[in-house]
Write a protein that binds this ligand. Sequence first.
Ligand code: GN1
Ligand code: MG
Length: 350
Amino acid sequence: MIYKILEAYGMERSGLEVTPFGSGLINHTWKVDTTDDSYILQRINDNVFKTPGDIAHNTRLIGNYLLDTNPEYLFVRSLLTNAGTDLHFVEGEGYFRLVPFIKGSHTVDVVQTPLQAFEAAKQFGKFTYLLKDFPVEKLRVTIPDFHNLSLRYQQFLQALETGNPERIATSAREIKWLTEQDFIVKRFDAMKQNPAFKMRVTHHDTKISNVLFDAEDRGVCVIDLDTVMPGYFISDVGDMMRTCLSPVSEEEQDFSKIQIRDSYYTAIVRGYLEGINGELTAEEQSSFFDAGCYLMYMQALRFLADHLNNDVYYGARYPGHNYVRACNQITLLRRMLEKEEGFRKYIEKI
Ligand code: GN1
Ligand code: MG
């Protein structure tokens, strides 16, 4: 099947090496090696992205805009099929896209140093900065309400009504704690009402593995642009905090290893501020800490709701997988809330 797809791009089967690649939960990814070059092939999950053509539309618009305004910026475009399309559709299999693998670049799965976090944050900030004058309303929304915390909370409440009763019963403690933290939703709603929070072109999936680094570990550009949409900066900063502050990931089952590291917090704040180059309003700047809380809380709600809904969205590699992920994210958020005073002070200071 894969070789058939690659044929659509004019690639011959002989000499190709195809291996599964990366750790994304939603799309399937392969690395394709030829004798001269390497590529990344992805199948877009059209259960999640209902209109894959919108992703292509967005990346085309942004790619063209950046080519005009910042031609030196490395923007990883989809390659065209022999038929001239930037997506390849296979009946029964769905939508595929092929992008070049950037030579000399590498990705990082788990952040190793504050400098990497700084560099990644700077790249996400820079991406939004470079697109500050791009007409954000021209972008299509690839997943409606993707980072709408109020809606995620409603979906969580819905899962308490219609989810698996056994799982609801055994998750009682976590459900109680999460419902007690609904002040975070109220804070988020207030932010949405506040015109100081600008709609910007944001990435919405800012884990460290979505940044390309060069050999010196300097950030090169951001990748995985499926969820690039109009949004708030808190999405990008918040998901960086969610995935970089702790030395262990959302998959860790030993929750005693979950910590919030101050040096990574300051690295993310400084890196993002450098990348976005003065574009944030004062009120946006004062909500870095909230950004982390929003995204940690949202992911805890999403994992637990999915567990209650029998893992229909994320799937599960072992029984209770999404329950464990939810508990992991709850621990992360608890640790984060303990840091509130110090982290807010740090922002005031700079
Ligand atoms: C999904 O597929 P991946 O790993 O890039 C999810 C993110 C979650 C993340 C949690 C479209 O991202 O929102 O934060 O899993 N993407 C979608 O690991 O739902
Ligand atoms: Mg992704």
